[in-house]
Design a protein around this ligand. Structure first.
Ligand code: 5GP
Length: 206
């Protein structure tokens, strides 16, 4: 028996302030590991330039989102800067059943809901090197109004209060290094005693 055969897919929740560079880091993790799949969230916010429905998000109106809430179709959902964001549960179940690791890009309220429902989920908080850098990145993106940028910065300050609930902190001053750290976290989590003890009993017969 291959000792790694018993590895099961991991749920990896990535949070961090808007502008921390989460999507860049996540795509680098996915490009380097075909076993990692991304949980595509639903949102009521409008698509930004360059975003495609079904790729970055499933874009929908408030009515459809609220119907999905009522139908219990979300693993978690939250309101963030006046819009709904949520994780459809069905694709996550399918990925886990196929042995895939699932990466989520979600804010702190949703991350706590996942931790409550799935205690084995790994929670990673990504931070930029400083608040000044965060502000610079949000402005450089050029996609949000001044009001929304200020709301996002304010939200980031409150989000930082939740960091003690996370398992890992990754500092994104270099996306390749940050992606490497996340891959290392996933690898290390798969080597945990609780995951590997089956190997001791079945293969080593200890
Ligand atoms: P943005 O509008 O910049 O794409 O995302 C805003 C925030 O919503 C980010 O912090 C992102 O992590 C979070 N987010 C994206 N998808 C979800 C989701 O499905 N659930 C929750 N709770 N937050 C999400």
């Amino acid at each position: 028996m291959n000792p790694r055969m018993s590895d099961t897919g991991k749920l990896v929740v990535i949070s961090g302030p808007s502008g921390a560079g989460k999507s860049t880091v996540i795509s680098r993790v996915m490009n380097s590991d075909p076993n990692v799949t991304f949980s595509i969230s639903a949102t009521t916010r409008s698509p930004r330039q360059g975003e495609t429905d079904g790729v970055e998000y499933i874009f929908m109106d408030k009515l459809r989102f609220e119907k999905m809430i009522a139908g219990g179709e979300f693993l978690e959902y939250a309101k963030y800067v006046n819009n709904y964001y949520g994780t459809p549960a069905a694709p996550v179940r399918e990925s886990i059943a196929a042995g895939k690791d699932v990466v989520f890009d979600i804010e702190v309220q949703g991350a706590m809901q996942i931790k409550n429902r799935c205690p084995n989920a790994i929670l990673v908080f990504i931070v930029p090197s400083s608040f000044a850098e965060l502000e610079r990145r949000l402005r450089a993106r050029g996609t949000d109004s001044e009001e929304v940028i200020n709301q996002r910065i304010q939200t980031a300050r409150t989000e930082y209060l939740m960091v003690p609930n996370y398992d890992y902190i990754v500092i994104n001053d270099d996306p390749d290094q940050a992606a490497y750290e996340i891959k290392s976290i996933i690898t290390a989590e798969k080597c945990r005693f609780s995951d590997r003890k089956k190997y001791l009993t079945e293969v080593c017969q200890l």
